[in-house]
Design a protein around this ligand. Structure first.
Ligand code: NOJ
Length: 539
């Protein structure tokens, strides 16, 4: 059953500008990542998803690419990238390149040409509509605010952009666009890329006139063609970002026949702390029972016919310990470990976002200290609409993407060991107590807990293959499940909250061996202390 290497592995996501600076310019770079590969090897991960390092004007921190086949000087050069791939491979770590294929930068030579005239051979690389200035082809809004259309007076046309004005959407209906993309992907494969992450991939087959942004009619046709022309020529890990995925669609994306990707990121669990029908800034308390139901649904539906990506964090999401854990001094580590236990015990490939393995937390900065285009724009937009400063800041503290993007905490020294220069974004002041150097040297740290979880996955096939069953689905405080194969059973029991609770999950405890726990004092199986997590194996 377990026939793919990426089913046994754990992926680590690096946000390069915030990982490690090697040249003192205050921005992380490829050389910095190479310097930290030993750390990642120690953690035990098998692949790195590298957020974009290609040439980019950095309007959206690299998710606006102006040259898919070169590295932005901010991060180094192509030689550095090749060295990173080689050095990582020596440590049995593969590098996954982030492919941003829904849109390019408006500074990409294709777009510069496309804007020159309607007859230009590159014009059809993008999505245009004739029009009259001020009368938008549709009322669609862009994700980062404002209309999804921008006017080019010389052409008398609008171009379509689902993200910022500097991120024009590529026209996948044009076969030439698809050919260029496939040959670029093969070029990265020749360079030794071990896999790919595909940005907002469910948006590529849009039909703007019908307001179809996601899951367009030709989506899976395009993906299957891309996979045939590229990924299937190698033994890669591929993961598509698909906010609009359902389990049914995920079975297509992650079909075990390899016709599309290895797996997708679905986000159903991510939206459970916002007001229904509103956007992410409209906060609501987490619906815990629903969280269990959603995760269980994905576990059960994809069993044997697809594959899950398991994640709490990425560069777009707040830090999980501040979101659904408890980032107070007393419970930060314990709740971080509890959340990790739930995630790493499930079926799928777990992703660890840089600093998650230390229990890094959200930040509360003043508005001028935020750098993210989305955060800056939502502040402007919402205060303009009459929301109070305090209201908007509450949402930003909870959900800003910059929560995840503050520089990595390596040690308690100046600038957390991230840079000798001035960091591009303010460092979370708690680095003095929350940092890698301290945690690597302490047996009961979050870092060592993640290391143990990653090692368990390699050691016990039941973690990879076992069938999932949710226990006590309605319990308002306990998250418990089993994973079962013919010859083994794993049992995970966690108290998701900060109040002690009696353990209603009852097993013949003498038949089970405790593999891992975050609780040092409790010896009574009938009680779960605040945020207590236990992972058992049937003897
Ligand atoms: C999803 C990426 O994760 C996000 O960071 C980016 O802003 C958008 N796609 C647009 O590329």
């Amino acid at each position: 059953m377990n026939n793919k290497w990426w089913k046994n592995t754990v992926v680590y996501q690096i946000y390069p500008r915030s990982f490690q600076d090697s040249n003192g310019d205050g921005i992380g770079d490829l050389e910095g990542i190479i310097e930290r590969l030993d750390y990642l090897q120690e953690l035990g991960i098998g692949a790195i998803w590298l957020s974009p390092v290609c040439k980019s004007p950095q309007d959206d921190n690299g998710y606006d690419i102006s040259d898919y086949q070169d590295v932005d000087p901010m991060f180094g050069c192509l030689d550095d990238m090749e060295r990173l791939i080689v050095e990582a491979k020596k440590r049995d770590i593969r590098i996954m390149v982030d492919l941003v294929l829904n849109h390019s930068s408006d500074e990409h030579p294709w777009f510069i040409e496309a804007k020159k005239s309607k007859d230009n051979p590159y014009h059809d690389y993008y999505v245009w509509r004739d029009g009259v200035e001020g009368v938008y082809p549709t009322d669609q809004r862009a994700t980062f605010g404002g209309p999804a259309w921008d006017w080019v007076p010389e052409l008398g046309q609008y171009y379509y952009h689902q993200f910022s004005v500097k991120q024009p959407d590529l026209n996948w209906e044009n076969p030439k666009v698809r050919e260029e993309i496939y040959s670029m992907i093969c070029w990265w494969m020749d360079k030794g890329a071990g896999g790919f992450r595909l940005d907002v991939i469910d948006q590529i087959a849009k039909v703007p006139d019908e307001k179809i942004t996601c899951n367009g009619p030709r989506l899976h046709e395009f993906l299957q063609e891309m996979s045939r022309e590229t990924f299937q020529k190698g033994d890669l890990i591929t993961v598509g970002e698909a906010w609009g995925s359902t389990p049914e669609l995920a079975k297509l994306y992650s079909n075990p026949d390899g016709s599309e990707f290895s797996m997708v990121f679905q986000f159903e669990h991510i939206g459970l702390d916002q007001q229904p029908g509103k956007d992410k800034w409209d906060l609501a308390p987490l619906d815990f029972v629903r969280l269990k139901a959603v995760l269980a649904k994905w576990q059960n539906e994809l069993y044997g016919c697809g594959w899950n990506s398991l994640f709490w964090n990425n560069h777009d999401l707040p830090r999980i310990v501040s979101r659904w854990g408890n980032d107070s001094e007393v419970y930060r580590e314990k709740s971080a470990k509890m959340l990790a236990t739930i995630l790493h015990g499930m079926q799928g490939t777990p992703y660890v976002y840089q600093g998650e393995e230390l229990g890094m937390t959200n930040v509360r900065y003043s508005i001028d200290e935020y750098r993210d285009i989305e955060t800056v724009n939502v502040y402007r937009e919402r205060t303009g609409q009459g929301y109070s400063h305090e209201d908007v800041m509450t949402s930003i503290y909870a959900k800003s993407r910059d929560n995840a993007r503050t520089p990595m905490h390596w040690d308690a020294g100046e600038n957390a060991g991230f840079t000798t220069g001035t960091p591009w974004m303010k460092i979370n002041p708690n680095y003095v107590s929350v940092n890698a150097a301290e945690q690597m040297g302490r047996e009961d740290s979050v870092f060592n807990y993640y290391k143990a979880l990653i090692a368990l996955r390699k050691r016990y096939p039941v973690l990879v293959d076992g069938r999932f069953e949710l226990l006590a689905p309605e319990h308002p405080q306990i998250f418990a499940y089993t994973r079962t194969t013919e010859d083994a059973q794993l049992l995970v029991i966690c108290n998701f909250f900060g109040e002690e609770v009696s353990n209603t999950i009852d097993f013949e405890w003498s038949d089970y061996e405790l593999l891992l726990t975050n609780e040092t004092e409790n010896t009574d199986p009938g009680v779960l202390k605040p945020y207590e997590a236990r992972m058992y194996l049937r003897k």
